[in-house]
Design a binder for this molecule. Structure first.
Ligand code: CP
Ligand code: NVA
Length: 306
């Protein structure tokens, strides 16, 4: 495997199965030995055009634990918010920092930042992908189930950024991924097609269906995300209606394997896509999953920056 040094992390589709497995192994090692100085003197600039708790804090703490430093910047405070271009921002920040993270709307903004930056760019969530989340999700699934092959991951809900990255991630590691989405809220066709092709090569399986009860049969993992993502607030009414039958509650969870685990990228809208009973129940691993953002992202930072 060639080195990951200098690589952008825009989407998991850009990484081979071997590279993803390597990052997961590295994450497990960092979880055992969290502190080092491998990024001594290195700085990560993080630009947030949307809210964040986990991404912001885990990257900042991760940089610190690796001996480096992170700057959390809101686009509103940057000149970016007053119209300075992404390209100019990329060229300027590249002269100060060693990597740039962007959380934004359109995937093209992350691509443009990467095109003009001379340092690695990390996608901290955009409308299409959330690769850092998916890497932490894979780490969590591996810790819970001890393998990927034959593990059935069922995502119930919106075919959104989190679903796309998880789907690609599961395909890359040879897991079985089923998404149950309402009509009109299916995942992006091109990403679904690519994920199916990858699964064909890794021994995994990717499928889309519309019935949540059917989807969760034999599930090892049940995963959901919010019905209304950041920036979709105007669609709230229509989404509430479409997603109502897709709530992860105790009755849906009971249709999965007895030892199935529940995952959610968080933040959760409790009482909507998931009930308190499931979120706080014995099968929920959502806080382990949130913790794993830190370990997985440290693996990324170490490999692309050190
Ligand atoms: N899951 C996730 O990305 O959380 P934040 O929006 O809090 O960063
Ligand atoms: N799909 C959600 C994920 C938040 C971490 C959103 O984009 O708002």
């Amino acid at each position: 495997m060639s080195t990951l040094k200098g690589r952008n992390v825009l989407k998991l589709l850009d990484f081979t199965s071997e590279e993803i497995q390597y990052l997961l192994e590295e994450a497990l090692k960092l979880k055992q030995n969290p502190l080092s100085n491998v990024l001594h003197g290195k700085t990560l600039a993080m630009i947030f055009e949307k809210s964040s708790t986990r991404t912001r804090v885990s990257f900042e703490v991760g940089m610190l634990q690796l001996g480096g430093h992170a700057l959390a910047l809101s686009s509103k405070e940057l000149q970016l918010g007053r119209g300075e271009t992404i390209a100019d921002t990329a060229r300027v920040l590249s002269r100060y920092v060693d990597a740039i993270l962007l959380r934004t709307t359109d995937h093209n903004r992350v691509k443009e930042l990467a095109e003009y930056a001379t340092v690695p760019v990390i996608n901290g969530l955009c409308d299409l992908y959330h690769p850092c989340q998916a890497l932490a999700d894979l780490l969590t699934i591996y810790e819970l189930k001890g393998k990927f092959s034959g593990v059935k991951v069922v995502y119930v809900g919106d075919g959104n950024n989190v679903a796309h990255s998880l789907m690609v991630g599961c395909a890359k590691v040879g897991a079985h991924f089923t998404i149950a989405a309402p009509e009109g809220y299916e995942p992006n066709e091109s990403i679904l097609k690519q994920a199916k092709e990858i699964a064909g090569e890794t021994g995994g399986k990717v499928e889309l269906i519309h019935n949540p009860d059917e989807a969760v049969q034999d599930a090892d993992i049940i995963y959901t995300d919010v019905w209304v993502s950041m920036g979709q607030e105007e669609e709230t009414e229509a989404r509430m209606k479409a997603f109502k039958p897709f709530q992860v509650n105790q009755s849906l969870l009971a249709k999965a394997k007895r030892d199935a685990s529940f995952l959610h990228c968080l933040p959760a809208a409790r009482g909507l896509e998931v009930t308190d009973e499931v979120m706080d129940g014995s099968q929920s691993a959502v806080f382990l999953q949130a913790e794993n953002r830190l370990h997985a992202q440290k693996a990324i930072l170490k490999e692309i920056m050190a």
